[in-house]
Ligand binder design. Sequence first.
Ligand SMILES: Cc1cc2nc3c(=O)[nH]c(=O)nc-3n(C[C@H](O)[C@H](O)[C@H](O)COP(=O)(O)OP(=O)(O)OC[C@H]3O[C@@H](n4cnc5c(N)ncnc54)[C@H](O)[C@@H]3O)c2cc1C
Length: 417
Amino acid sequence: MSIGATWAGTHTFGAEGLVEAATIDEVREAVASTAGPIRALGTRHSFNDLADTTGTLVTVTGIDPDPVLDEAARTVTVGAGTRYGILAGWLEGRGWALHNMGSLPHISVGGAVATGTHGSGVTNGCLSDAVAALAYVDASGGLRTARRGDPGFEGLVVGLGAYGIVVRLTLDIQPSYRVRQDVYRDLPWGVLLDDLPAVMGAGYSVSAFTMWAEDTVQQVWRKTRIGVGDAPEASWLGARFERAEEAGLVGVDPSNLTVKGGLEGPWLERLPHFRLDSTPSNGDEIQTEYFVALADGADALRSVRALADDIAPHLLITELRTVAADELWLSGAYERDTLAIHFTWRNQPEAVAGLTPRIEAALEPFGARPHWGKVHTMTADAVAAVTPRLADARAQFEALDPAGRFANAHLRRLGVR
Ligand SMILES: Cc1cc2nc3c(=O)[nH]c(=O)nc-3n(C[C@H](O)[C@H](O)[C@H](O)COP(=O)(O)OP(=O)(O)OC[C@H]3O[C@@H](n4cnc5c(N)ncnc54)[C@H](O)[C@@H]3O)c2cc1C
């Protein structure tokens, strides 16, 4: 049976079979009735072989989301296979919101949480940081729950599918809010590097887009919570305000992007970059991303920028974002306010394979951590050196799954299992 490939076609799954569970009991049955390797598959938006197994893949995306709101606790509990955009629409309809969104609302909540997926904002933790509890099917098919405050909980949230199949997630929510998305063009590089935390902190969520080999940073998207900031300024730090309602991004059809141009709207229609009701692209791309301390961010950018002329011909766009520090053992922002340095590459695997180790070498002095769901060439030793709680996470995974049913080649290669 052919399982197909990741969304971008960057990895073809080698699993023997795929179980598309319609209920939690079917997930339990899939685990209990087999003995071999088994792993969770989300919406396939990772770029590497992280989700794969030699045995059975189980997806929970077909299970009814069945969201349950707890207004007193300010949480929502929802099926892990639910796409963020679906959950966001449901919450907004009831006057509630998430603290942040990734660029794409099509990604499953369970898959995003499992890899520490993030949006931007110096005060915003990654999406996984909102997890207050999770229910998962363990290695013998039992249903278990873990809650914030339980010992080892911080090792389970960004769990890489390494100990079970998460079926329900409880997320922190807050009252709905409105956001305005302002685009500024041509921010001088010097301004960005002189005070990176100030530029990246100049809004609720700030993203900077660059091709590296240019004198100015092409675009800065400032997403401001209404009531927090005033009307957009015509010029900001030497960058000019983009008046067009839609600002294009390299290689992206502007009609796929969320509304900008200073027009306020609900959080879920401004915080993601892409609209839920459109197809973002055909997946003809490769993504890589690294996390460094925001305090080291300017030096890290200078270091990568030395490779600008080699990077630019193969790049669609780089996006710079921030992530607030958290306590999740395998989060890219573990105990570190973070600058996320992201590359969307042209679909040129050989060029990307050549450049990636050079970028990793440029970022090595800054203790750069890789995004688990994206392409990288870091070794187990290199990953261990920048992941302080890796050994704790591995010990917990091994205790929960001593037979290694949820282990796979990717996790073994990186020393996670
Ligand atoms: C166009 C695009 C835009 C993106 N934008 C962002 C972004 O803005 N920020 C960012 O940080 N990342 C981004 N990513 C990366 C993406 O968020 C992560 O790769 C994420 O893990 C994908 O989720 P998924 O549901 O597709 O999971 P998959 O890729 O299917 O699986 C990823 C991992 O999660 C595990 N997993 C999935 N579901 C479960 C479950 N129910 N229980 C346990 N484990 C599970 C899998 O076993 C695997 O280890 C983007 C990717 C694409 C393609």
